[in-house]
Design a protein around this ligand. Structure first.
Ligand code: NUP
Length: 209
C-alpha cells in the first residue's frame, strides 16, 4: 500500500515532536534532514524514532570511508533509513549499503527541483541501475515529473520509490503513486498548515482511495 512520509523541516525540537505526534496516525515514516538535525542535534533521531521510523535525509555525497562513518552515526541513533546521492558512484553507494545493516539506503535518482535538469537528469538511468545492482532498498524520484517516475519504475524493478515534490513544489500525490511511486514525501503542505493533522489526513486519503 502507498504510504505518506512527512518531511519534518522545522528547526525547533519541541515543534518537531508536537507535529510528529499530531500527524503520526497518517504516516509511514518521518524524514528529517539538515535543518532539524543542525538545530536540535542528532538525538532528535532517537526521540522521533519513538513516534515513527526515521529516514535521515543527509544526501550523503562523499568518498566511501566518509560515507561509511556518516551512515554509522545515523544507524547508531536508531534511524530506519538514510538518503545518499547516487552521482558519487558505485563504491560510495556500496559503502553505504554495507554499513547500513538493517537500515534502508535510498539513492537519489533524480531531484524534484528544476535545477535537476541542468546535470542530474542526464545520468538518472545509470544511477538507478547502479543503485539496484548494489542492493539499495529504494530511490528518490520527482513527484514534480510523474512521467519520470514511470520511466524510473521501468528500470527499478520492485525497489521502493519515494517521491518528494508533492504540495509546495506543485506535484500531486495521486499522480506520483499512479506513476509508480510507493511513497510520497511531503513537508510544507503538512507542517505549515493551520491544522497539520487535517492536511496529513487529506493526503493519506488521496493515497488510499
Ligand atoms: O529531489 C528531492 N526533492 C526534495 O524536495 C529530494 C529531496 N530529498 N527533497 C526533500 O523533500 C526536501 O529537502 C524536503 O525535505 C522535502 C520536500 O519538502 P516540501 O517541498 O514538501 O516542503
Amino acid at each position: 500500500m502507498a504510504g505518506l512520509i512527512l518531511a519534518l523541516d522545522v528547526t525547533d525540537r519541541e515543534k518537531a515532536i508536537n507535529i510528529a505526534n499530531e500527524v503520526a496516525d497518517y504516516l509511514h515514516a518521518i524524514k528529517i534532514g539538515w535543518p532539524l538535525v543542525m538545530a536540535a542535534g542528532m538525538d532528535i533521531i532517537d526521540s522521533l524514532s519513538q513516534i515513527k521510523p526515521i529516514i535521515c535525509d543527509f544526501k550523503v555525497a562523499d568518498i566511501p570511508n566518509t560515507t561509511k562513518l556518516i551512515v554509522r552515526e545515523a544507524r547508531n541513533h536508531g534511524a530506519m533509513g538514510i538518503i545518499v546521492h547516487g552521482f558519487v558512484g558505485r563504491d560510495s553507494i556500496k559503502a553505504a549499503v554495507d554499513e547500513a545493516g538493517k537500515m534502508k539506503v535510498y539513492v537519489v535518482a533524480e531531484m524534484s527541483h528544476p535545477g535537476a535538469l541542468d546535470f542530474m537528469q542526464k545520468h538518472t538511468d545509470d544511477i538507478v541501475l547502479m543503485a539496484k545492482e548494489v542492493g539499495a532498498a529504494g530511490l528518490i524520484a520527482p513527484a514534480t515529473r510523474p512521467e519520470r517516475i514511470t520511466h524510473i519504475r521501468s528500470l527499478a524493478g520492485d525497489m521502493e520509490i519515494l517521491a518528494p515534490g508533492v504540495g509546495a513544489q506543485g506535484g500531486s500525490a495521486k499522480e506520483a503513486i499512479e506513476a509508480g511511486a510507493t511513497h510520497i514525501i511531503v513537508g510544507r503542505r503538512i507542517y505549515e498548515a493551520n491544522e497539520p493533522a487535517k492536511a496529513a489526513k487529506a493526503l493519506y486519503d488521496e493515497l488510499t482511495l
